[in-house]
Write a protein that binds this ligand. Sequence first.
Ligand code: HEM
Ligand code: HEM
Length: 310
Amino acid sequence: MSSTAATRPKASAKRGTIYLGGTGMLTWLLHRISGIAVVYFLTLHIYEALQLFGGPAAYNEATAAYKQPWFRPFEVALILAVTYHALNGLRVSMFDLFPRTTKHHRKVFMIGAAIFVLIALAISVVMLRPLFGMPLGDIFAVKSTSSLIYALVIVLPVALPVLYLAWRGSGLATGPMIVSSTNSRPAPMANQFERLMWSFMRLSGFIMIILVFMHITIMHFINDIEQITGQFVYGRFAALPAWAWIDLAILFCAWLHGLNGLRIVLTDYVRRGTGRKVVLACVGLFGLAWFGLGASVLFYVQQNAGALMK
Ligand code: HEM
Ligand code: HEM
């Protein structure tokens, strides 16, 4: 989100202060960080789904990292990042749709924070319950070097950009980046493409509240992560081929929303010149290729699930 004239720093604000806009700045920064972290997860998540082209065993090998007990807290972090981002996205959209509610932004922030803390506690307890009472030796056991390396691939690159964004956004590097007290990005009026994207971010966000949380509930709360195997995926696609269309809808909303978010974030930092063109071309080309591959593996599994499960 770029700074806008309407949201310039107060005269008293100094360059280098930790952050300026109180709740607005903090919630915006966390929204951006959680959004980018989930884009990275989704990139790997589609890569893992692509292993389904090789059959259930190849998928099991690619997702072995998730089955290690010590990896569970990172899964909790993922679900909490999605939950925070969704709740804050709803708050921002409410201010956009009903501008009069901005008057109560502090109260809305407090209610949102309380809801998040309650949901976060419930999710953490349910997801970490299998670890309670487990001997420490079992929790930290490394089942294979390749899944340890893949787990580090999942976790480490999230930590680095998150720290970078936190540092840039905090104002410690360049002076505070300013956002409005409600942290909503005003609808761009001059550019039709940007206006369309602004609306798409909100519409896809609403749809994802249902689709993504249904997906997480099936994968994490109805079934345990231990049960999510290649056989499980082929089995459920054989039982209900429409899962391919439902997953396609999640892919469409989450991947395009995430990519457009990534574009906004990157072009906030690389604003002009060849660098900007290169960034846009990379995000666009990689995004389209990953979308095409992600969609085709869903229909490959749909077509082959019946024969494979016989
Ligand atoms: C689950 C429901 C979700 C909702 C309700 C939601 C809502 C939103 C909204 C309203 C914005 C625009 C904020 C603004 O313009 O000020 C936004 C931005 C963003 N979203 Fe989401 N989102 C959701 C899921 C996701 C997912 C799954 C991803 C990743 C794949 C993601 C990544 C991003 C990114 C990277 C941004 C840009 C942040 C920025 O400009 O600083 N979102 N989201
Ligand atoms: C750790 C929690 C998660 C687990 C265990 C999980 C599991 C799975 C599995 C097994 C599939 C394969 C197809 C199927 O059976 O439906 C899948 C596909 C998919 N998941 Fe997840 N999921 C998780 C979190 C998420 C999140 C948070 C998102 C959205 C941000 C997401 C988005 C997708 C998408 C878009 C696909 C289709 C991929 C493709 O087309 O190649 N998943 N997930």
